[in-house]
Each structure stands twice: as structure tokens, then as C-alpha cells.
Design a protein around this ligand. Structure first.
Ligand code: BGP
Length: 472
């Protein structure tokens, strides 16, 4: 649909940016923090990913918040490290960790920046993992208790909560991201049992939030892609629907409707992977209602009908945006209409609009984008970072938000990945996303100086104009 005139961004639109605790904070064992599965992951043989110092955001958050204020952010989406609050996941509360996030939240509020808090972004406490992690129902109770602590401590200050970041990526690519630790080595049925337990934990957190904090809003934050059929051949459309169910709708339907998507359930049953569901589980899932849908968007994916042989198993894309075919189901296909970034991720701004329209159409919940961005090997030259490629990427995606709003979709915020450079999940610190450059390399921490990139000044203009500068 073409619009003669585009709708304006809402007055109270949340102009944000994102980070996660383990990728930005560093200070991985400071002030009583316990180890998480991602901290253990840094010892993996390749040795690429080191989260011990990261951007040192833990110690430099005041300086960073000042920069966020200068940028004009009206929201900052960050995660709280479970292991700072409860170092072993289910034992003693760590007052120093609790105090830290009070300081962060207070600093943000003092500068008029709304905190959008992720409760759990890949960093399961290692002590819980050692006890079986999400394979055990006791982890559900541990998460509920952690959620209660967060709501009681920060509930008077935080109005937007995100439960679990990218549960679908933890299930589909947990080993690659290194997010599920020892229990991440599990596959098949046990993996989907973990998935079921995470949903129960999320449902309990949503119910508790509504019970304790009537004024707050809470929602899930999966990674969502629109799935395209390779051609208009009906068999390709069926394959696209199948992959959409397994990758997206399984997670969305459980979070929003509290029920297993029928196609996804048939898939799990066919594999022998359906989780054990205890009495009361489905009621709990159905009763917990999110107030909004947050999602991370980087790309779309294209699949074709299975050929029924090994040629189905082709890998397209990269990292967590990878698509692998599955014999009898679908095969990954290159979308000839789309460019790819340096990491093989297809770039699809129009697909972003499609994704928002589809989410709105299916769930009719307000949307907030909690990640979207371009990873690149930025270079600092004479004190400047000319990241015009990032400006282009973000501009094209923001234009699609305005189109989606004009289409009637309710979108209330945009938090691109990332506010400030941090450690990527796969390619260390060299792959950068931020508006603010952090001057360090993999091996040399230098001064960790903060430098405003060209995209910083561009986004500052966009925010100051309430989005009007996009069309000028
Ligand atoms: C998402 C994660 C983020 C972030 C992002 C970019 O899947 O939620 O934590 O890392 O992807 O990925 P990468 O760091 O691999 O470039």
C-alpha cells in the first residue's frame, strides 16, 4: 500500500537503543557477582569471545548515560544480570548488585530516559546450569523468585519489562551463542523441555508483574523474521509456513496466546520431541498475558519445498540468522532480491514492515523493536568514525516503521542494537553496532575511550525532529 501522506511517529514514541549486561558491562566477577554460563563460555577453545571487560559499562555507566542523554534517547533497553542480583541463581541476594542497578536506573531517570529492562539476556547463572539449568523445573521457581526481587526493588521506577531475550535463538542456536552452558549441550526432546520450562517461567513473571505492579507493562522479546517462500509454487508456501511455525510462531503463540502452535506441535511430535506437560501448565500459560510484543529484527529468511534428500541441508545466512534446511520440511534458499552484510545476514528493510504488519495482524498487541542494527568492522580515523553504511541501514529501517505506522500498526518504540559498542556474540569486539565507539581491540583495552560516531549525530537529529528529519 502506498500512502499519500505518512503518519507521524507518536509524540511519546520511545526513541531508544539497546545493550545487554554481559556484552556491555564487563566487571564479570565484581562486587559479589556470580558466574553465568556466558562467563564460562569465554574459555571456549577458539578464545574469540571475552566478556571480562567488554565496554566496562559497569564502571562507566554514568559517562555513558550522559552520552545517551546527549544523543537524545528517551529510552534505554538494557538487561539486568541475574548473577549480580542472585549470584548462584536461587540463593542469597547480593545487595551490591541490587544497588548497582538502582544507580543505573536513577541516572537514566534523572536524564529523562525511560529504562526498558530485560530480565534475562542469555546469562543463566552457572550454578543453576550445573544443577541442570532449564531442564529442571526448579529453575522456573528460581526465575520467579528473581523476577519478584526485580519487581519489588525496581517496580516503582521501571514501567517496561522484557522477560527473556530471544528464547527462540537460545533453543535453535544455543550452542552457537554459548548461552545455555552445560545444559545447552542437550538436544531434541530435552531441549524442548527446556523451552517449555522457559515459557512457564516467563508466564509466572508476567502474572507476577501484573499482580505486584498494576502500572507496569511486560512482554517477551523473541527474534522474529518474516519467512518468504522461494517462489509462488504452493509447495514452497507450505514449506515457508512450516519453518515460520518452527522458528517464530511456536514462540509467539506460547507467549501471547499461551498455546502451542498446531504445526509446531505436530513437528515436535513427529520428532518425538514434545515436552512433558504437567497438570496446570497450560492453564498457567493461557492466563499470563503480555501487554505488548517486543521483538528483535535483523533479517528475513527464504525457504523452498524439501527435495527429500541431502540437498535440503544447505546453510544460508550466518550466526543466529542462519537457516539450515531439514529433509522433508524445507530447504534454505538465497533471496536474490536482497543484499547481505559482511556476515552473510540478508538485509531487508521492507521485510521489516511486513514483519510488523504480520505481528500486528496476528496478535493485535502494541509493538516495540528491541534490536535492529548493522554489525560492521568500524574504524576510528583521526578521532572520527564514518559509519555511513550504518546510517543508511537504520534510515531504511526507520522509514519502514513509519510506513507500518501509516498502515495502522501500533508501534511505540525503537531500540536499535546498540547504544554503545560492545562484544558481539560471535566476533568479539571487532564487530561493532554502536552509536558510540569504544576504543579498544580484542587484545588491547587502551583507555576504552568513548567516541561519537557519525551515526550518533544522525540519530540525534532524527530524535530531535521526532522522526521528521527522515523525510527531509
Ligand atoms: C541478537 C542478540 C544480541 C546481539 C545481536 C547481534 O541475537 O540478542 O545479544 O548480539 O543478536 O548478534 P551478533 O552479536 O552475533 O552480531
Amino acid at each position: 500500500m502506498q500512502h499519500e501522506q505518512l503518519a507521524a511517529f507518536p509524540e511519546d514514541f520511545l526513541w531508544g537503543a539497546s545493550t545487554s549486561a554481559y556484552q556491555a558491562e564487563g566487571a564479570w566477577d565484581a562486587d559479589g557477582k556470580g558466574p553465568s554460563v556466558v562467563d564460562l563460555h569465554l574459555h571456549r577453545p577458539e578464545g574469540v569471545t571475552d566478556f571480562t571487560v567488554a565496554a566496562d559499562h559497569y564502571h562507566r555507566f554514568r559517562e555513558d548515560v550522559e552520552l545517551f542523554a546527549e544523543l537524545g534517547l528517551t529510552a534505554y533497553r538494557f538487561s539486568i544480570a541475574w548473577t549480580r542480583i542472585v549470584p548462584d541463581g536461587d540463593g542469597e541476594v547480593n545487595p551490591a548488585g541490587v544497588a548497582h542497578y538502582h544507580r543505573v536506573i536513577d541516572a537514566l531517570l534523572a536524564r529523562g530516559i525511560e529504562p526498558v529492562v530485560t530480565m534475562y539476556h542469555f546469562d543463566l547463572p552457572a550454578a543453576l546450569d550445573a544443577k541442570g539449568g532449564w531442564s529442571e523445573r526448579s529453575t522456573i521457581e528460581a526465575f520467579e523468585r528473581y523476577a519478584r526481587i526485580l519487581f519489588q526493588e525496581y517496580g516503582s521506577k521501571v514501567k517496561h519489562w522484557l522477560t527473556i531475550n530471544e528464547q527462540n535463538m537460545m533453543i535453535l542456536h544455543g550452542k552457537a551463542i554459548g548461552t545455555t552452558g552445560r545444559s545447552g549441550q542437550v538436544e531434541g526432546r530435552e531441549l524442548y523441555q527446556q523451552n517449555h520450562h522457559m515459557f512457564l517461567a516467563q508466564a509466572k513473571a508476567m502474572a507476577l508483574c501484573h499482580q505486584l505492579l498494576p502500572g507496569a507493562k511486560i512482554g517477551p522479546a523473541p527474534n522474529i523474521v518474516s519467512v518468504y517462500p522461494a517462489t509462488c509454487a504452493p509447495e514452497d508456501v507450505v514449506a515457508a509456513d512450516d519453518w515460520d511455525a518452527i522458528r517464530n510462531l511456536l514462540y509467539l503463540d506460547l507467549a501471547v496466546r499461551g498455546s502451542y502452535h498446531p504445526l509446531a506441535w505436530v513437528y515436535l511430535k513427529a520428532k518425538g520431541w514434545e515436552p512433558e506437560i504437567l497438570d496446570g501448565d497450560l492453564e498457567l500459560l493461557a492466563e499470563a498475558k503480555p501487554d505488548f510484543l517486543a521483538f528483535n529484527y535483523y533479517s528475513t529468511q527464504t525457504v523452498g519445498a524439501s527435495r527429500g534428500d541431502a540437498s535440503d541441508i544447505q546453510v544460508r545466512g550466518g550466526d543466529q540468522q542462519v537457516v539450515r534446511g531439514e529433509i522433508g520440511l524445507y530447504r534454505a534458499v538465497k533471496n536474490e532480491h536482497l543484499p547481505v552484510n559482511a556476515f552473510g545476514w540478508e538485509i531487508d528493510p521492507v521485510g521489516f514492515r511486513t514483519t510488523m504488519r504480520r505481528l500486528w495482524d496476528r496478535y493485535r498487541l502494541p509493538l516495540i523493536i528491541t534490536e535492529n542494527g548493522l554489525g560492521a568492522f568500524d574504524e576510528l580515523v583521526d578521532g572520527r568514525v564514518h559509519d555511513d553504511y550504518r546510517i543508511e541501514f537504520l534510515k531504511l529501517h526507520l522509514e519502514q516503521i513509519q510506513l507500518a505506522i501509516s498502515d495502522g500498526v501500533e508501534v511505540f518504540g525503537y531500540c536499535p542494537w546498540t547504544a554503545i559498542d560492545l562484544v558481539s556474540t560471535h566476533q568479539g569486539v571487532s564487530k561493532r553496532y554502536g552509536f558510540i565507539y569504544v576504543d579498544r581491540t580484542e587484545d588491547d583495552l587502551k583507555q576504552l575511550a568513548r567516541v561519537r560516531k557519525d551515526s550518533f549525530f544522525w540519530y540525534q537529529d532524527v530524535i530531535a525532529s521526532g522522526g521528521d528529519s527522515l523525510s527531509s
